[in-house]
Design a protein around this ligand. Structure first.
Ligand SMILES: Nc1ncnc2c1ncn2[C@@H]1O[C@H](COP(=O)(O)OP(=O)(O)O)[C@@H](O)[C@H]1O
Ligand SMILES: [Mg+2]
Length: 408
């Protein structure tokens, strides 16, 4: 047993992955002896990201062992060449026998007889579903195998005090395939995701023993690999100069990152007994509720129209701060009158049509100012908000007032 105050608490020394966005999501870089698991759907770019990171670490002189149970060395080497990261410190092991690879972590790796064994400084395992643990029965990818593979990798990384990154496949419902335990065995769990049609990829931490889980990394998949998107604000915003009815701006939070989002609504007279409602980026039930509140509390008739709502760029907004923008965009579409383009709407809308405060208004307003917006319609209930210089704050109690401020 130990006394808490006597335990050494020096923060772990970190190894940069060579990719700033990845380091940030990891909480400042890779931790020696720490194991990160990165999950994502097939084809999303996990192998690309890790080979790129491995190659960059190797280029600083630290030997990196990249084990692939899925691809041949020729395939991996070809990709390394395309990404421009092939180097003599990037060592490949393509096969499904984990024992050999883990032995190399312990003893170092001899690449030719003339030079000394290289001490591995980073281990990448692609993927936990594709390799076989010695002494465990069953095909690779079965729960027992996956658990044994992950445990062996975790033990080896801890013993050798080097960072390890494991790739894990994700099932259709978004869970890591294999035993649930997997997420508990490792120190950090990252998810890599993206819409099929878009070349943007998002990296988030869902668990991190060495940092917070608020960071978001955004990448663009290019011919020469994944490129970090540093200015994330343009992603979901068309910045069009022409004002179109049905378009309203809001600032959503993705973790702790404020992102400007454009809510678009289209309203067309319905030809059916039941008007149609579809939404993308906001939950359909929420959208239907907001339409009902708008009709009942602000007197804007929705029931004779088919309504389509979309968050531009494929962003999915979970927090209710986009309620107000959704209602205003809906009213703008139904009235066929555009809103002013330099204003954003930040508020949760209640069943009584009241506009409520949102979390972290300050950082949202700062982002709005940075993007050149000039006005923000917020709840009158927001307290202690000091608006950044360029932004005029309009406080409203309810939907009706918000529509008035929007000129509807
Ligand atoms: N020659 C290429 N040029 C550009 N992009 C490519 C090329 N080859 C593969 N890609 C992209 O890389 C993706 C595959 O990434 P990969 O890292 O293998 O994914 P994962 O490991 O998550 O299954 C493909 O979906 C494709 O978009
Ligand atoms: Mg892969």
């Amino acid at each position: 047993m130990e006394v808490v105050s006597a335990v050494s608490v020096t923060p772990p020394e970190r190894l940069s992955s060579g990719i700033t966005e990845l380091d940030r999501v990891l909480g400042g870089g890779l931790v020696p002896g720490g194991v990160a698991l990165i999950g994502g759907q097939p084809g999303i770019g996990k192998s690309t990201l890790l080979l790129q990171a491995g190659g960059l670490v190797a280029s600083t002189g630290t030997p990196v062992l990249y084990m692939s149970g899925e691809e041949s060395s020729a395939q991996v080497a070809l990709r390394a060449k395309r990404l421009g990261v092939a180097s003599e410190n990037l060592l490949l092991y393509c096969g499904s026998d984990l024992e050999d690879a883990l032995l190399a972590l312990k003893t170092g790796l001899n690449t030719d007889s003339k030079t000394d064994a290289k001490n591995i400084g980073l281990f990448i395992l692609d993927s936990v579903q594709a390799v076989r643990a010695p002494g465990e029965t069953g095909w690779p990818g079965t729960p027992n195998q996956v658990r044994a593979v992950a445990q062996l990798a975790v033990d080896a990384a801890r013993a050798a005090q080097i960072p390890a990154v494991l790739v894990g496949h994700i099932t259709k419902d978004g869970r890591l395939a294999g035993p649930m335990l997997l997420e508990h065995m490792v120190d950090t769990v990252l998810t890599f995701s993206g819409e099929g049609y878009s070349s943007y990829r998002m990296l988030r931490a869902v668990k991190n023993r060495y940092g917070n889980t608020d960071e978001l990394g955004v990448f663009e998949m290019r011919e020469d690999g994944l490129a970090a998107v540093e200015d994330k604000s343009g992603l979901y915003w068309n910045r069009s100069d022409v004002a179109v009815p049905g378009v309203a701006m809001t600032i959503a939070l993705e973790g702790s990152t404020p992102l400007v989002a454009e809510v678009q609504t289209l309203a067309t007279p319905t030809a059916f007994p039941y008007p149609k409602r579809t939404s993308r980026g906001i939950e359909l039930n929420r959208f239907q509720l907001l339409a009902a509140v708008l009709e009942k509390r602000a007197g804007i008739l929705c029931s004779a129209h088919d309504l389509y709502l979309n968050i531009a760029g494929g962003l999915s907004i979970q927090d209710p701060s986009a309620d107000l923008a959704s209602c205003v965009s809906l009213a703008s579409a139904l009235r066929d009158r555009p809103l002013r383009g330099d204003c954003c709407y930040l508020g949760e809308v209640g069943l009584a049509g009241e506009v409520r405060p949102v979390t972290r208004l300050g950082s949202r307003l700062k982002e709005a100012e940075r993007l050149g917006l000039r006005c923000a319609v917020v709840s009158a209930g927001e307290r202690g908000v000091s608006a950044p210089g360029g932004i005029k704050i309009e406080r409203v109690d309810n939907l009706g007032e918000a529509l008035k401020k929007g000129g509807l």
